[in-house]
Design a protein around this ligand. Structure first.
Ligand code: SF4
Length: 646
């Protein structure tokens, strides 16, 4: 329930017309969002669930299915929690899902097992805390044994946290507080976290693990297409005439995606190119299906740009019929200088020392690319689809240019913006796309805009219920070098507090030489689900958090499909969802900093339903939808469906 009537009116939200689940089900019809109903029992997937249901009913242990999305990779497989006696006893794939087509890999099938291991259900405060206000540095950081903690209540921890936050803001400014968030948080939590950091604290130091995985893709898309909008979707696999993987062992990292592609290769005989320095499982799988049209290119490390540009050279010189002149004229600029550069410096012979790939093999690859591209253009669907991975393409000293080069190749033959064709980045996390869309990074705002865009900034300030001049001040705050720079600033004493939400510090580079020394100096708050997680080694306050299956919210997978993950079970006593943690702390801090907490966080705890006693993520989702209206990522149509269907 939302209680700021004025703001709700401005956002166009009308509580009276809102029906809870009907709203979400209506959304499914329009944008393909697969959404189910809490507590539905179904019997239509690939396993023999009927038998086990019948048995369960006989013994009185009825099982229910609760729809969700796998919490692991960016494929975003739709899954059902099987709930029995208040526990998730299995995770099974949704047979009707157009994402995973009834498949799920071993990670997804066993996802719920982690819920019941090493759970943390105590609020912990380090006895010897680092205190940046007095300059005291904890001597016990680096240990998380029982003797370093004082077990406390949520109230006491909240008081320490709020006092410390407000004191730091007043003494050093909000930008002295940093957050490292996550592509595992729900979209609603990401929205609130960014609102709290940039709107309430006026800190521009907000980073996330999405920075480490996807920055090259984001900046590549923005440089080439003007916006961080991956143009592909999984249905492209069904009509593509050729599918490629660049620096991407999809068989290991995104198994269901690989299975979809290999099924199409088997069925329709489509050629594939896989580029990787290693001979990978993906290559081996395609080779087994059809060695004659599987181009498994074991390239020299760092030869990526040279190989892609050598393909462009071959297309320009030997397969000119594949160049889509009309598309280039209508939709691109800078073609002449691109062409000149390619022809001058990227013949396969010129770059063989960098790629290690014989010119004749490059010619064969260019030929199949040209054939697929022409086929797609003639049919009006199909052509070339290229996926790329994180470690093998984005995470490189020239990652952005890897991405840009590949997008340029697609632009050259017009293989973009048509069903079955396009460049397509895969994310590592289930909700990294929301982290990007919600702007939970330094200098970014929700809906794919930067903080330098004054009119959008003012618009978001209104949606967040804060004065626009406040957000304008935040925009002036610097966080150079982003996630790494934030740790460097902490080591220099410029950052006083760091928060980790659903994220770990061990995925950052230079953990021993930079990150951990920095975390010793700063006051560190973590929300954490596991008692022995590495985050506890350097935490001053640990708040026990609910996890996957224990809370609700929405996720966006790599193709930007929004999916509801329903709450299936109650979290352990004394744990809370991050959504509740952010709103509770946010309201306190907002009041102490002179803001109207009811206006900034206009949410009331649910009095009924699965979120009874907690904040309802649906209320936040509605605010996000309404705020998206008129932006480049307008998905407010879901609200119209809600209002139409009641
Ligand atoms: S492919 Fe990814 S999303 Fe699907 S079940 Fe496996 S880990 Fe989960």
């Amino acid at each position: 329930m939302i209680k700021d009537k004025q703001r709700m009116e401005w956002l166009g939200l009308d509580e009276k017309k809102v029906g809870r689940r009907g709203f979400l089900k209506g959304g499914a019809a329009t944008i393909g969002t697969g959404i189910g109903t809490f507590g539905v029992v179904r019997d239509n997937w690939i396993f023999d669930f009927k038998g086990s249901t019948a048995q369960a009913q006989e013994t009185g242990n009825e099982q229910t299915l609760v729809p969700s999305q796998c919490p692991y990779c960016g494929v975003g497989c739709h899954t059902y929690h099987v709930v029995q006696n208040g526990k998730i006893v299995a995770s099974v794939p949704d047979k009707d899902s157009s994402v995973n087509l009834g498949m799920q890999c071993i990670k997804g099938l066993t996802a719920s097992e982690a819920i019941y291991v090493d759970r943390l259900d105590k609020v912990l405060v380090r006895k010897d805390m680092t205190n940046p206000l007095t300059g005291h540095e904890s001597a016990s950081k680096g240990r998380f044994d029982d003797d370093v903690w004082h077990e406390t209540t949520w109230q006491e921890a909240s008081k320490i946290l709020v006092d410390m936050t407000v004191d730091i803001v007043e003494k050093f400014g909000g930008n002295a507080i940093a957050t490292y968030g996550s592509g595992q948080l729900t979209m609603e939590e990401q929205w609130l976290e960014n609102q709290f950091m940039k709107g309430v604290l006026q800190s521009n130091t907000i980073e996330a693990n999405a920075r480490m995985c996807m920055t090259s893709a984001v900046t590549g898309y923005i440089a080439a297409l003007g916006s961080d909008h991956p143009p592909g979707c999984y249905e492209d696999i069904d009509t593509a005439d050729m599918i490629n993987f660049f620096g991407h062992n999809a068989r290991g990292s995104h198994s269901v995606l690989f299975w979809r592609v290999i099924a199409e290769k088997e069925k329709r005989g489509i050629p594939t190119i896989v580029v990787d320095p290693r001979y990978t499982g993906t290559m081996d799988g395609f080779h087994q299906v059809n060695p004659s049209n599987s181009y498994n290119i074991t390239i020299k490390p760092n030869g990526d740009i040279s190989l892609v540009n050598a393909l462009a050279y071959m297309l320009l010189t030997e397969f000119p019929e594949a160049i889509d002149g009309k598309f280039i004229a209508d939709h691109t600029n800078g073609f002449e200088s691109y062409r000149e550069g390619i022809l001058a410096r990227y013949s396969p012979k010129q770059v063989i020392d960098r790629t290690g790939i014989a010119p004749d093999l490059v010619r064969q690859m260019a030929r199949v690319w040209a054939e697929a591209s022409i086929k797609g253009r003639e049919r009006g669907e199909g052509g070339v689809t290229s996926f790329w991975g994180i470690g093998g393409w984005n995470q490189s000293i020239h990652g952005q240019h890897n991405v840009l080069t590949l997008i340029n190749l697609h632009l050259l033959t017009g293989d973009i913006g048509r069903p079955g064709a396009g460049p397509f980045s895969m994310t590592g996390q289930p909700n990294a796309m929301s982290e990007r869309l919600m702007g939970g990074l330094t200098g970014r705002l929700p809906f794919n805009e930067g903080m330098g865009n004054a009119s959008h900034r003012d618009y978001i300030a209104r949606a967040w219920g804060i004065p626009p001049e406040r957000l304008a001040e935040t925009a002036k705050q610097k966080n150079e070098n982003y996630a790494i720079g934030m740790m460097e600033r902490a080591l220099d004493g410029d950052i006083k507090m760091i928060k980790f939400s659903y994220a770990t510090h061990i995925d950052l580079p230079e953990v021993k030489t930079l990150v951990r020394p920095a975390l010793k100096k700063a006051f560190v708050m973590v929300t954490e689900s596991y008692r022995h997680a590495p985050n506890l080694l350097y935490a001053d306050i640990v708040l026990p958090a609910a996890t996957f299956g224990e809370k609700g919210g929405t996720y966006q997978n790599s193709e930007r499909r929004i999916y509801v993950t329903d709450k299936a079970i109650d979290p352990p006593a004394n744990t809370k969802p991050d959504l509740d943690i952010i709103i509770t702390e946010g309201r306190e801090v907002a009041s102490r900093l002179g803001l109207d907490a009811d206006k900034v966080f206009p949410y009331k705890k649910a009095t009924e339903g699965p979120h009874k006693g907690k904040y309802d993520p649906e209320d936040v989702f509605r605010v996000i939808l309404a705020a998206s209206k008129g932006t480049s990522t307008d998905f407010s149509g879901l609200l119209e469906i809600e209002q139409r269907d009641g």
